[in-house]
Ligand binder design. Sequence first.
Ligand code: NAD
Ligand code: MG
Length: 393
Amino acid sequence: MRRISIFGATGSIGESTYDLICRMGGAEAVRTVALTGGNNVARLAEMARTLRAEVAVTAHEANLPALRAALAGSGVHAAAGPHALIEAADREADWVMSAIVGAAGLVPGMRALAHGSALALANKESLVTAGELLLSTARAHGATILPVDSEHSAIFQALVGEDLTAVDRIILTASGGALRDWPMERLAHATLAEALAHPNWSMGQRITIDSASMFNKALEVIETREFFGVRPEQIEVIIHPESIIHSMVGFNDGAVMAHLGMPDMRHPIGYALNWPERQPLPVARLDLAALGQLTFRAPDEARYPALRLAREVMEVRGLAGAAFNAAKEIALDHFIAGRLGFLQMAALVEETLSRLSADSRLGIAAESLEDVLAMDHLARIRAGEVARELGGG
Ligand code: NAD
Ligand code: MG
């Protein structure tokens, strides 16, 4: 039986992955090695019991007694904390879902690759912070990285059987998020609840806000550059409010291959789960006549400084991705806590990057995970200082 693990099982991507695995037959169809979560211990325990996991891990030590109690008599081992996450990633599995949110997902994903697992990568932060290391680790251990981000799954599928040298450009679609149609002068005052009202996708809190600010698309542009090895100028972004076309690849003969479908993450997750085969998936079928039309517009870079910052990060490369992501995570923490305004997030990231480039190791290529984690740490400190100056306490 195939051995699987889900890192971030209790999140939005984790729940969808769990749903698909249960539909495949659950514990009768796969052997579950590890499931991990955060504070939702009751849900983690329920999933672990249903799939008869070897181990369930909560990221937070303080949750261990509650997790132990919830798993009493189940035969599932309970563990907690960052070391337990690594220990779980060191348990051999054939297929691992990387769906922890943020830079915290990097280390477990790396470990899974070092064990030669197929890594279904929802955690785009891994590629943004440590793209080259991740790919070289996969190569060295014969491991496969399967993109789960809907855009990257779309591109991956459009490239099946194609020669990468024939690719002219990659067109990433963006829904534009919750505040897409707001006038610019209102954006500064956008509240958390307003930024969370995503029109098409139901996702975790952090990525939903990143969609509204376009930081999500900025991360995805870098993710595209790292994963597919294309040059930055080959990557375009287009606003497509309906989220039906998940992305496109343009070839040297003028052909453009698009991947279409209803917005449901169980498609890209299921594609990664069944790869290299296709299997039936419980996703709604596309009815183009009912949709009537698909629309597009060019993104305004003045409105979305995150896209410009992504271009700058790709120019510097090296550790700039790690700094960018860390500063973005701090900016998001402050916005969620109500300490910074919506537009101040980009201002904070830009100022943090400019200070880091002054003392600068930004352009140096990471030789190890430690280099990445050190830059992540430094950028969080700098971003915290900038946040205080911006009034974010
Ligand atoms: P989420 O917030 O719903 O879930 C995150 C999961 O990670 C939870 O299980 C949580 O307990 C765990 N977690 C949070 N902080 C942690 C930490 N410090 N250490 C260990 N575990 C921690 O997030 P999500 O929306 O499912 O997104 C997960 C990842 O997938 C992100 O990288 C996101 O960008 C990416 N992604 C999500 C979607 C989507 O539709 N939700 C689409 C594309 C990509
Ligand atoms: Mg995406």
